[in-house]
Design a protein. Structure first.
Length: 297
């Protein structure tokens, strides 16, 4: 059949052909779906925000690892230098003991003690040199450089720019605003809320508009073009409990996401408390060690 059949009489037979070309162009638009489409868009945006927060968290973790590795190289270098000074002191002590022994003013056990201390210090230096080399290679991998470019003697020394303790309330507020983990947890809560709205969408009727163009033709020049348009309404009267189960599952996931956000907030506060405590402890220890250095000097 080459053209649409709108009527059939003996005097007006439609043309028939064994070769028929048919083309259809259709368009549709969902006029109302209970807010499910907007909820799916919100869910996707929340998931994108969560992914961006995860990327930011990974970047911060990488930066923290790099800084920690940098400081570890510097610290290991200084400890190794201190061990070299200790070796020099022990060699001087051994020489002094031998002089006293030669003068008859010391026992042979003093020589043995000095030699034992020197041997232990030499072994400890080997361990410290190995630890420094490992730290340098870790830093080289983190910054994608050759190990010779990050040797301890080529690194710029660092020091604290500010020795005052930060304000706890200000730090907590800044951390809550910038924490990638907390931002990601909030995005999961928003995505779960949007998913719950999507699950409630089937409770509403689905109203759609549609339109179509249909064309027929054959190789003998017969052709026809028709169009149709309309609206369709669909509503699931019975789904065997699938809609309600989906809603309950989405609500449970939303509650779980909310609890995860609360847990992330608690963990952030705990980490801040530990970090501020370590800052205070380390600065007090630094002052005590500086005083000890002055007294020993």
């Amino acid at each position: 059949l080459v053209t649409p059949l709108h009527g059939f009489t003996l005097g007006s037979l439609p043309p028939f052909d064994t070769t028929v070309f048919q083309g259809t162009l259709g368009a549709g638009y969902t006029l109302f779906d209970g807010g499910a489409r907007g909820a799916r868009i919100d869910q996707a945006r929340s998931q994108a925000a969560g992914a961006a927060a995860a990327e930011s968290g990974t970047a911060q973790e990488l930066a923290a690892r790099t800084v920690n590795s940098y400081l570890l190289v510097r610290a290991a270098s200084q400890v190794l230098a201190a061990q070299d000074q200790r070796l020099e002191a022990l060699r001087a002590e051994l020489a002094r003991a031998r002089q006293f022994l030669a003068a008859g003013r010391a026992a042979a056990v003093e020589i043995l003690r000095a030699e034992a201390a020197l041997a232990a210090a030499t072994a400890e230096r080997v361990r410290l040199a190995g630890a420094l080399d490992v730290a340098e290679r870790d830093l080289a991998r983190l910054v994608a450089r050759g190990v010779e470019a990050v040797r301890a003697e080529r690194l710029v020394p660092v020091a604290l720019a500010d020795t005052t303790l930060p304000d706890r309330a200000a730090v907590q507020e800044a951390a809550r605003a910038a924490s990638p983990a907390l931002t990601q947890a909030r995005a999961r809560v928003a995505a779960a809320a949007a998913a719950a709205a999507v699950a409630r969408g089937p409770r509403w009727p689905d109203v759609r508009l549609f339109g179509n163009y249909a064309g027929w033709a054959d190789d003998e020049g017969h052709q026809a073009l028709e169009w149709n348009a309309g609206a369709a309404l669909a509503y699931p009267f019975f789904t065997g409990g699938a809609v309600q189960s989906g809603i309950e599952r989405a609500d449970a996931q939303q509650r779980g996401a909310s609890e995860s956000e609360r847990l992330a907030s608690l963990q952030l506060e705990q980490e801040l408390d530990r970090a501020l405590s370590r800052v205070a402890e380390t600065r007090a220890r630094t002052r005590r060690l500086a005083l000890a250095v002055q007294r020993f000097a």
